[in-house]
Design a protein around this ligand. Sequence first.
Ligand SMILES: Nc1nc2c(ncn2[C@@H]2O[C@H](COP(=O)(O)OP(=O)(O)OP(=O)(O)O)[C@@H](O)[C@H]2O)c(=O)[nH]1
Ligand SMILES: [Mg+2]
Length: 216
Amino acid sequence: MYSTTYLLIFKIFAIIILVICVKILDVKLVISAVRQSQFPEDNKNELLLVGRSNVGKSSFINALINRKNFARTSAKPGKTQTLNFYLINDFFYLVDAPGYGFASVNKQLKEKFGLIMESYLEERKNLKMVFMLVDFRHKPTEDDILMYNYLKHYNIPVTLICTKVDKVSRNQHEKQISLISKTLDINKEDLILFSSVTKMGKQEVYNKLIEVLDIN
Ligand SMILES: Nc1nc2c(ncn2[C@@H]2O[C@H](COP(=O)(O)OP(=O)(O)OP(=O)(O)O)[C@@H](O)[C@H]2O)c(=O)[nH]1
Ligand SMILES: [Mg+2]
């Protein structure tokens, strides 16, 4: 009798936590960091976004937080050049990273951001998972393969997001899924098909957040 009541109370509590933590009510850009000493020190969980320039990282964040252009997007690649820490509901960070593989960022700048990314990926204890974004329309590039293997090498959990799915006709989906999963050597079932235009895949991403942030 008591155990059923406790179970019910526990369930209600879990649902409240879930609504507070995952329904995104509040977003703050805490810092656009250019060096490690600027990373937040409040010890909250972090989820990082990586992907080629223009793949849709900033758009992905905007779709998740239900804002139009909170994370600055641009048709011109190389828009995000800092490590941007977005604090969600005062509870966890989404971190928007500079895109890789963008040639016209000058070499010095590229090296600098390479370093900041490396120090972040290798040393950041708060990093719980990486959302790696690839363009659903194309075969993953050499840079994508390198990045994916790099994350695996450091045992960093990765969730693969295929962006811009709205730009691919339905009858091509299976073909693209096979191409991407084969190229990166990842299970087809582990790909999340996403579109920041139609919001396809958003619920799956939320489910992933719940799982990773351990709130159910
Ligand atoms: N149709 C469509 N367009 C998208 C989608 N996601 C992003 N875009 C467009 O792709 C372009 C690049 O998107 P961003 O979100 O700025 O890409 P990013 O990865 O943050 O780029 P950098 O900051 O330069 O690394 C913009 O013009 C977006 O509107 C999508 O799911 N569907
Ligand atoms: Mg961006």
